[in-house]
Design a protein around this ligand. Structure first.
Ligand code: ZN
Length: 151
């Protein structure tokens, strides 16, 4: 129970209950749908690009609190960033949620995204936490309109 309490930290709960940027985007540059069959999470990510910069980003979907909270925090984290910055952020995020020791002490770079570091103790939940990021990636690599965590 303590572990669960640690996992569902206040920030995750808040974003899970009240996701930010939860809407469809009018005239998006690109979008992608992601699904995580293991948990039943699915969501669509919309992007509006201004050159190389993510000018706006939003999502809609259904699933567990982790997937929603992660999508909510992801949209907040990548807005205003360039593709390259987003790639680095995703890489860093992926490292903390999978518990890669190389990133210890570098959590400050992630800001609020660091609340997901506890997820590494729950391997099944890692896919919930990374789903929105995979969808974001797919949208950035235009042409890929659907992505699954089980590929
Ligand atoms: Zn889930």
């Amino acid at each position: 129970m303590d572990e669960l309490r640690e996992l569902y930290q206040e920030v995750i709960l808040d974003h899970g209950k009240h996701p930010r940027n939860l809407r469809a985007l009018a005239n998006p540059t690109c979008s992608a749908h992601g699904r995580n069959p293991l948990c039943g999470d699915q969501l669509t990510v919309w992007l509006k690009l201004d050159g190389d910069v993510i000018a706006d980003v939003s999502f809609q979907g259904s699933g567990c609190a982790i997937s929603k909270a992660s999508a909510s925090l992801m949209t907040g984290a990548v807005k205003g960033k360039t593709r390259a910055e987003v790639q680095r952020l995703f890489q860093r995020f992926h490292e903390i949620v999978t518990g890669k020791p190389a990133t210890q002490g570098r959590r400050e770079d992630l800001g609020k995204l660091a609340v997901f570091s506890g997820i590494s103790s729950f391997p099944v939940r890692v896919k919930c936490a990374t789903l929105s990021w995979h969808a974001l990636n797919a949208a950035l690599e235009q042409g890929v309109e659907q992505v699954s965590t089980e590929q």
